[in-house]
Design a protein around this ligand. Sequence first.
Ligand SMILES: O=C(O)[C@H](O)COP(=O)(O)O
Length: 246
Amino acid sequence: MVNYKIVMVRHGESEWNQKNLFCGWFDSNLSEKGREEALSAGKALKDANYKFDVAYTSVLTRAQDTLKLILEQMDQTDIPVNRTWRLNERHYGSLTGHNKAKIAAKYGEEQVIIWRRSFIALPPPMSLQHRYCSQIVDDPRYKDGPSKEEFPFTESLEGTMKRTLPFWYDVIVPQIKAGKSILIVAHGNSLRVIQIMSLNFPTGMPFVYTLGENLKPIPNGSLQFLEDSEIVKKAMDAVAAEGKTK
Ligand SMILES: O=C(O)[C@H](O)COP(=O)(O)O
């Protein structure tokens, strides 16, 4: 059985994470704590003897700086680093720059959960008058894309998935299959959609989902199939193959 491995890291804490602000495409820097997190991520990967052939990240500074600190810590600064807007955080529309707790107090916690985690819900779009709109839209880092037509003013998770998916399949998957050792440093929601995209639930195979306190999934294997892992993998591959031309 062939197993492929890929390492993914969400950027370290940003200054806007620290202030609990919706960030999206706003280019917030890492906080001091975020820089420390990146260094300890690099140390953990170094201690585990990871060697990377290539790294991918978004065009946002918090992800790029996290990657840089990780690679410095690992003495692997000479590997190729590729940046793409397709790995950016999902665009949070008009919510960008607003405090999450204050928005919850105004619109209700349920509405905020829907905006943050529903697959299809779109936060209200960012207007041209929005405080951070021109800073984002006119940023030269977007001169090579997205195109004017593609440029988002808000995004659902589904929209985020649709723009991340071509990059995953056209760039990452062929490299994984070619045996390359890959590191992706990106954002909570762009990594989330990659995981959703990779899940192909097989028919008729029970799985146990272990939830911890507050009914949140527990880290490390919260999702477990009762079947033997080889059988599960075969079944998942078969589901994945359903959409192929032959
Ligand atoms: O863009 C942001 O605000 C965060 O990086 C991700 O936010 P979320 O956890 O609210 O989706």
